[in-house]
Design a protein around this ligand. Structure first.
Ligand code: NAG
Length: 367
């Protein structure tokens, strides 16, 4: 009896730690998690049987593991597996569930099996800087949908929510599920440095995240106009090095909390929207290496916090005097190289400018 009481007190203590950690949106690499791992004498939840199956299938799908991480994945105590984190479940019962996977910098090569969908209590899943390839398991999408299933609200509230999707620097291919951007529990989406080849879903703007990184994929089509709906939360967005085309939507002007906008190394065309001048928090603006043309307007170079404005390697024909005077006088960096601007050094060859400007792209339809 005393033992039981002690155990439940212990569990409640653990759960309050878990709540504190998830309150921090799991954005910081809290060392508190390590308190949870291995601190057990708490019975295993029967659902851990499924987790053991899932992790053993995953282990078999991993073809290279130079750091020997999965060599610790033996036996029934999954909470002691390296990179696997346990906590009491949302009902605060005294049985542990797997609440997180953190294999960042694991250098693992392999694929991700559908069985990973069995990790139904997963609150965080970090696998950046590995070499995973192939599609993201369909069962992951199913987990997102599960969260939105119309079941009784208190049950929905008890399901730990995914706050931080970090799958950058892998070899994932295929499409980005639209449900990702409807998921209201997310704070950050890092899908950069994969092989996603698809349109950015039109419901991008439904996402409440503060950071999105799409860089270094094969995304095509245009930047969805719904991006303007992210004005309450969005601080940074990165589209670097994809195949995006069409215009930069004028709706970006609503993003008054955005500090970083990078759409460099794409196929964006037409002129810069004047609404960028409303993005008063912008610090870094990079639209370099696109097919942009027209004039760089004064309003952008007058932005009070702008510290680094790159629009090199486009087909601009002029820039406001404020870009050449005011902005550098404040110590900001301006990179206007590789355009078609008269009397500015390091511009494109005149023939190349003439050829492009005889048929400039001005419509906003993606190619
Ligand atoms: C300015 O931006 C460019 C392009 O994004 C980047 O390469 C450069 O490192 C930045 N400079 C500074 C000092 O941050």
């Amino acid at each position: 009896m005393v033992k039981l009481l002690l155990t439940s007190l212990f569990c409640c203590f653990l759960w309050s730690e878990v709540e504190a950690i998830s309150d921090m949106a799991l954005l910081s690499q809290s060392s508190g998690r390590h308190l949870l791992q291995g601190s057990t004498p708490v019975p295993l939840n029967p659902s851990l049987q499924n987790v053991i199956i899932a992790l053993q299938v995953w282990k078999n799908a991993i073809t290279s593991d130079p750091l020997g991480i999965t060599s610790t994945w033996v036996g029934p105590d999954v909470c002691r597996y390296k990179g696997v984190f346990c906590s009491p479940p949302p009902d605060k019962s005294c049985q542990l569930v797997v609440s997180g996977i953190d294999l960042n910098h694991g250098q693992l090569t392999g694929t991700m099996p559908e069985e990973l969908g069995l990790l139904k209590y997963l609150a965080f899943f970090h696998i950046n800087t590995n070499f995973f390839s192939g599609p993201i398991p369909y069962s992951f999408k199913y987990l997102y949908l599960l969260f939105e299933l119309d079941i009784s609200p208190d049950i929905v509230l008890q399901i730990p929510s995914l706050a931080y999707l970090d799958i950058r620097f892998n070899g994932f291919e295929g499409t980005l599920p639209a449900a990702l951007f409807d998921k209201q529990s997310l704070d950050a989406i890092f899908v950069n440095n994969n092989y996603f080849a698809c349109y950015i879903p039109d419901n991008l703007g439904n996402s409440p995240v503060s950071v999105v990184n799409f860089a270094n994929n094969d995304l095509y089509g245009s930047i969805p106009a719904s991006i303007g709906n992210m004005f309450k939360t969005l601080n940074e967005i990165n589209f670097l090095n994809n195949k995006l085309s069409g215009c930069i939507p004028q709706e970006v002007g609503a993003l008054t909390q955005l500090t970083v906008f990078d759409s460099s190394f794409n196929l964006l065309s037409s002129t810069l929207p004047h609404t960028i001048a409303n993005m008063i928090s912008l610090v870094d603006l990079d639209v370099g290496d696109n097919l942009l043309n027209g004039v760089v307007p004064a309003g952008i170079c007058d932005l009070p916090n702008l510290a680094n404005f790159t629009f090199s390697d486009n087909f601009f024909i002029d820039e406001s005097p404020d870009c050449l005077g005011l902005l550098p006088s404040r110590g900001a960096i301006l990179n206007d190289r590789g355009n078609c601007i008269p009397n500015i050094p390091f511009q494109q060859p005149p023939q190349q400018c003439a050829a492009f400007l005889s048929q400039p792209t001005t419509d906003c339809d993606p190619t």
